[in-house]
Design a protein around this ligand. Structure first.
Ligand code: SF4
Length: 259
């Protein structure tokens, strides 16, 4: 796997539900076609030239050294560190990425900094064997469908949905907080699906985040998007209240139809 050197790693995120964040890999083999916002931004800035290049991840080889320098600097300001918004820390079948992610999580936890982690891959079982401060970590998967044909088209190199959910359930059973990002949720002109069935498959989690599909021409073509996302947001809220699950509806997903 190729490597790069960065000048800094930790930064304060502007994402609405986030605190500090880090991205210890440039690119992502998952190659999502929703599209991937991180890829769009990197391409716009000229950092990555093509989709093919984006799908060949490069590890930040000095990530652990940067953390040693930056943790003392930011420690008092950090509530938690999120891995990751611009790549995937447990990229499917990318052992080098997973190994570095585990080392980073351990280093943050040893410094009493908790982590929230989001993947479309599979959480390694060894995460479940960690104890001590790591019990404060929160582990999440992205899940917007249970249909494997849809997954292969829109997030072609991710883990299958079944294994992804199982790895999250394993961590839940080990006593860790778990969550699901249902974002970007596709409009019915991509796929018609049983929304309740998807929710039921993750009813064990502690938190669900629901958000609409952005930056996609086909999604914009769907005429009843406002009504669709309002309806599904209400379903999420009702389901979460009934099952005592925390929830967060992303900005712009549930809006007044009259406006
Ligand atoms: S998993 Fe995330 S970072 Fe990776 S390609 Fe998909 S959307 Fe982009």
């Amino acid at each position: 796997m190729q490597t790069i050197i960065r000048k800094s790693l930790l930064y304060k995120s502007e994402v609405e539900y986030a605190d500090f964040c880090l991205n210890h890999v440039e690119g992502c083999s998952h190659g999502c076609k929703y599209p991937c916002y991180a890829f769009m931004m990197k391409k716009r800035c000229g950092i990555v030239k093509t989709y093919e290049e984006w799908c060949q991840p490069k590890i930040v080889s000095n990530a652990l050294d940067l953390l040693d320098k930056e943790i003392p600097k930011y420690k008092n300001k950090i509530n938690y560190v999120h891995l990751c918004f611009s790549t995937d820390p447990f990229m499917y079948e990318q052992d080098h990425v997973s190994d570095l992610s585990l080392k980073i999580i351990d280093k943050l936890n040893r410094n009493k900094i908790r982590c929230t982690v989001l993947t479309k891959g599979i959480f390694p079982e060894e995460l479940g064997k960690r104890n001590g401060f790591s019990i404060n970590n929160e582990y999440g998967i992205t899940l917007v469908s249970l249909d494997e044909d849809f997954r292969k088209e829109y997030e072609p190199n991710t883990s299958n949905f079944k294994d992804r959910i199982s790895s999250l359930k394993y961590l839940h059973k080990k006593g860790f907080k778990t969550w699901v990002s249902m974002e970007p949720y596709p409009t019915p002109n991509f796929i018609k699906q049983n929304f309740i069935e998807i929710l039921k498959s993750i009813s064990f989690v502690d938190k669900i985040i629901f958000g609409k599909l952005n930056y996609n021409a086909k999604a914009s073509e769907f005429k009843h998007a406002k009504e669709f996302y309002n309806e599904l947001s209400s379903v999420v809220i009702k389901f979460c209240m009934k099952n005592k699950i925390n929830y967060h509806i992303k900005q712009g997903t549930q809006i007044n139809v009259e406006s």
